[in-house]
Design a protein around this ligand. Structure first.
Ligand code: ATP
Length: 711
């Protein structure tokens, strides 16, 4: 019997097909599982036929319904695997199929597809323009190097005609996938060795023979990033019945490499810009660890409750809700986990209070002791120095290095601070209260020296964790192979945390990986959002050196983001309503639209106006209600973990971003001042990068200084 495989290009459109068409796909595919190749060729209902003037002689189409046809790549080498690549309306299917050519990449050995006809037509036009160009995009890379990276004749000729990155983008939908990625890396300035390591080696099978093998079955097996091979009888039903989530099946090779490496000798760090699939990689790592020989428990953790709830849902999907596996994983926030540890050890546990209550308490301390510091200064000193370094007594504080703090403190001043710290802690005790970071510090002490409860700890959104939280995680994981797997993006640091992972016993040197392909947003959304961070340098996740978004890109394209100011809030809100109505008229569902602002207050006016216009709305506070209809309204902080086809960011004016009250005055502490500004800037970056296709940024009055100059 022939075997069956599905290409990602098929899945991309499958969920959008109407029910009878999907039923037609299932019926046709079942025949591929039940009949021999000869029977398939003879079957009247299937109508398997070749395509006139096809570039690829293996192209066939099949009947799905009267109007729809499937495009199938049929083996001509006896390898017996049929690959369904598309389902399209009748005429489109023939046109699409006639132009496409499938081939095996000589370096990665994976199956790729190109629009061979369009390449042949376009290349000569670019070649004639290239003759007068000052510089060509790949002038510094020899033909030999390009060939070693898998570039073949037709692509080489096209590549040699390109003058800049914009032209490469224009070719992007025509070029074979792996070869395109090689060219994009080179165009970003990566050297051939790096490109070989990050694009070729991650795809090339370890046991690839020196000479490429061309049979379709082998090449398909070499392409797990884009092709799903059906192995069992029931698998077909299963994959076609359920809604398809590409992230569960088609990992980018760089995601697969980090998630499915058999074992790491110690902690692993995975970084990457927004939407590069870090969360997806973390979830697959959990799946991999569950599939190993050990039976140890796993802690999957993140920063907020809403994010943890999202992780729990996704893990259920990835593990097909298999109770036995899910029972081995605890999914929770670090704070909730730490609270549980403390509760388990003693009956009377103080109640953690939030930031605002802490600030009020600090104000009281400053007043009671008549300290020469502000409540903000005291709160920050306590957070970054005392709790950051886990300091318990005056002597330790007197000798502490106050890294990241911008004001020097002599011994006399330190004594005053310490007096304040003791008073703050006494007030907390008297009130039966504590703070989450203190709970974490206590949990870490309780765990220390005990056998670690988890074999593996997987951490998402790591950029926002405080050292006290890291100490809990370090103590919760049994030190050794595969103890910690950490994903995060320092460009999205929106809570005031600074860490040096190495100093906390989490050394990731030699086990650091980077993801660069964005799966969420269009290149237009990314490029616009990345400009928000262009003026600043961001400290690396592990706390050593800086990080950058070099090579960060998207394969998707769409409209350019819109940035627009209005004279009044009313004008801005009216424009938002018109925008949302236009998006709904385009066919977006209300829940596919997100509206966000720095403050809830700014969202109130929007909510009122949208409701008045008859648009359903839903305020997001903490967890998201699945299925409920309504345009989502959320603060920028609550946007983390969400994504929408269209995002409107409101009220990005001078007075709101940065929010003056959250910024330490420069004269009080220049370093903290810069850190506060960076955090607010990153918050805007996070909000904008939740948009998949459409982004609109608006303000009334004077625009925020964070907006790029051309706006
Ligand atoms: N291999 C993949 N195939 C298809 N979709 C993917 C893949 N990896 C990730 N995605 C999708 O891309 C989007 C972003 O993924 P994810 O949330 O894992 O990224 P992230 O790097 O954690 O993002 P952020 O840092 O912005 O929170 C999600 O919609 C996810 O389903």
């Amino acid at each position: 019997m022939p075997r069956l495989a599905f290409a990602q290009s098929f899945w991309d459109g499958y969920d959008a097909l109407e029910k009878p068409v999907r039923a037609g796909v299932r019926k046709a595919m079942a025949k591929f599982q039940a009949m021999s190749a000869a029977e398939l060729n003879a079957d009247k209902g299937l109508h398997l036929e070749s395509v006139d003037k096809a570039r690829d002689p293996r192209m066939r189409t099949i009947r799905i319904t009267d109007f729809w046809r499937g495009v199938v790549l049929a083996p001509d080498d006896g390898s017996g695997v049929f690959l369904l690549v598309h389902v399209l309306p009748h005429d489109d299917a023939y046109t699409w199929a006639a132009k496409r050519l499938y081939s095996a990449n000589s370096a990665t050995r994976a199956l790729e597809v190109r629009n061979a006809v369009a390449l042949d037509e376009l290349t000569p036009l670019y070649e004639s323009a290239a003759r007068t160009a000052d510089r060509l995009l790949f002038a510094d890379v020899s033909d030999g190097t390009l060939r070693e990276l898998g570039i073949d004749d037709q692509v080489l000729r096209a590549a040699r005609s390109l003058a800049d990155k914009a032209q490469l983008e224009a070719f992007s939908t025509l070029l074979p996938e792996d070869q395109l990625e090689v060219l994009q890396y080179l165009a970003e300035g990566f050297g051939p060795e790096e490109v070989y390591r990050d694009v070729v080696a991650v795809r090339r099978p370890a046991d690839a023979p020196a000479e490429p093998v061309e049979d379709l079955a082998t090449v398909i097996a070499n392409t797990p990033a884009r092709i799903r091979l059906i192995t069992g009888g029931h698998e077909l039903e299963e994959v076609l019945e359920k809604p398809f989530d590409a992230w569960r099946v088609f990992l980018h090779p760089s995601q697969r490499r980090v998630a499915y490496r058999t074992s790491y000798s110690g902690p692993v760090q995975v970084t990457g810009g927004p939407g590069t699939g870090k969360t997806v990689a973390a979830l697959h790592r959990v799946k991999h660890l569950l599939g190993g020989s050990g039976s140890g428990r796993i802690l999957l953790t993140t920063y907020t409750n809403a994010l943890a709830a999202g992780l729990r849902d996704m893990l259920g999907l990835l593990l097909d809700d298999e109770e036995e596996l899910l029972a081995r994983v605890d999914v929770t926030t670090v704070d909730a986990y730490a609270n549980g540890v403390v509760r388990a050890s003693s009956a009377g546990v103080p109640k953690p209070i939030g930031d605002r209550d802490q600030r009020q308490l600090w104000a009281k301390v400053v007043k009671q002791l008549d300290l020469p510091f502000t409540d903000r200064f005291m709160a920050q000193e306590y957070r970054h120095v005392v709790l950051g370094q886990d300091i318990h007594d005056l002597d330790a504080y007197l000798g502490a290095q106050r890294r990241g703090r911008g004001t020097g403190l002599g011994p006399a001043r330190r004594r005053q601070v310490w007096e304040g710290v003791e008073r703050f802690e006494k007030l907390l005790r008297d009130r039966g209260e504590t703070t989450y970071l203190r709970v974490c510090a206590r949990a870490a002490r309780l765990l220390d020296g005990e056998p670690a409860p988890y074999a593996h700890v997987v951490v998402d959104e790591a950029q926002d964790l405080h050292p006290a939280q890291w100490r809990v995680l370090r103590a919760a994981a049994q030190p050794g192979p595969d103890d910690l797997f950490v994903t995060g993006d320092p460009h999205q640091r929106i809570y005031d945390s600074r860490v040096s992972l190495g100093s906390l016993g989490i050394a990731t040197a030699g086990r650091s990986f980077r993801l660069r392909v964005n799966y969420r947003s269009t290149e237009e959304v990314l490029a616009w959002s990345a400009r928000l961070l262009a003026p600043v340098t961001v400290e690396a996740l592990e706390g050593e050196g800086s990080d950058s978004l070099a090579g960060y890109r998207s394969l998707l394209h769409g409209r350019r983001p819109r940035a627009q100011g209005y004279p009044t809030r009313q004008g801005e809100t009216e424009a938002l309503v018109a925008d949302v109505q236009a998006l709904l008229a385009e066919g977006l569902a209300p829940r596919e639209i997100g509206v966000c602002a720095r403050f809830n207050l700014s969202l109130d006016a929007a909510e009122e106006k949208l409701k008045a216009a008859g648009v359903p709305v839903l305020r997001v506070k903490g967890q998201v209600t699945h299925g409920a209809e309504g345009v989502r309204l959320a603060t920028m902080h609550a946007m983390k973990g969400l994504e929408f086809r269209a995002v409107s960011v409101l009220d990005v004016g001078e007075g709101t971003l940065p929010f003056a009250r959250e910024i330490t005055p420069r004269e009080a502490d220049p370093l903290q001042h810069d850190a506060d500004l960076l955090r607010e800037r990153c918050l805007l970056f996070v909000a904008c990068t939740r948009a998949r296709e459409a982004l609109s940024v608006t303000w009334h009055g004077v625009p925020s200084p964070f907006l790029p100059p051309a706006v």
